[in-house]
Write a protein that binds this ligand. Sequence first.
Ligand code: PLP
Length: 401
Amino acid sequence: MSFKPANNIQDLQYFGEFGGVNPSISDSSTYTFLSAKTMFDTFEGNADGCYLYSRHSTPSNLYLGEALAAMEHTETANVTASGMGAITSVILQLCNAGDHIISSRTIYGGTYAFFKNFTPKFNIETSFVDITKLELVEKAITKNTKVIYCESVSNPLLEVADIEGLAALAKKYNLKLIVDNTFSPLSISPIVLGADVVIHSLTKFINGTSDTVGGVVCGTQDFIDELRNVNDGACMLLGATMDSLRASSILKNLRTLHIRMQQHSKNGLFLAEKFEADGLKTVYPGLKSHPSHQLFKKMMHAEYGFGGMLTIDVGSLDKANELMELMQHKNLGYLAVSLGFYKTLFSAPGSSTSSEIPESEQKEMGLTDGLIRFSIGLDADIERTYNTMRECMEELDILTH
Ligand code: PLP
């Protein structure tokens, strides 16, 4: 693929108002106008380059949005206070009462809960399907369907969506394909593969320092304008606005994303291969045994690898908890939700980040009690990490050979 997402970020030039190499941070919630007429025009959305009020937009937020749009190959982007702020705004912008959504059944628990428990209040119904089976997705389409929603690599089962296949369906039935690309920034470019809107939780790999929540919607200028519209824009009216100070710190972190993703992926692949060879049930898109390994390879920018997320199944929740506590004790990482940190993070999704999904449905989708989700860190010596992890597993009789 000729599109180079990291080059696009790197090639943007920003200067602060005094020639600083970082843009100045806009530290205001409101902005003055020299004339009342310009203020009116700005309200109407007709005064480019003018700022009105910081829930609408700020220079710092626009800088970050521009960089993320460059990364995702969209015309523009709107940053939000969290990933959920991006997801809920997009869905409520696109769907009206009576509309229908088709969603992957394996998605982040908060998104699942929003579709399952919240949007029905507005008479918006969701069918959850196995997104890896295009025929099931097509079968689920009704005359009311507006949106196909998926994660490029799903949380927590690491299922991989066939974005080109889903985009073809979306085009055929005049639907919008929305892709949450949180698990695979730089590796996968959903827009290039035909998606209409890309969302990220910036909280994860993109920011990479686990010090803030944040989100982004990347799309066409028209769609982002709709989200920001003062009369009926979901981002403007629901108020999930990012603070300028945060936009500025996330922009600085974004500049090292390409290096971090390479290291996350390198370490992820190393551990996944070792765990699998040790006989552990291991899921990682970079393993040949992953059902969508070839599909990921076809979609990916190879230099960023298969990402930093992997899962193993140690048989029971008790064993999973024991192992995670021991690994934390040995300073191999933290027993914590979230992902994309320099330290390895691990959690048992069935009882944490996916606990919103009822147990019966967890079973059906293959989310087992003994599943541990790892966000592999930036460890400089991953072999040492592996050796200590192996010792922990031997101590707990998880490894049998
Ligand atoms: N999308 C995915 C894939 C996630 O894993 C998460 C959070 O874990 C979210 C969205 C929500 O993001 P945030 O916590 O920033 O609201």
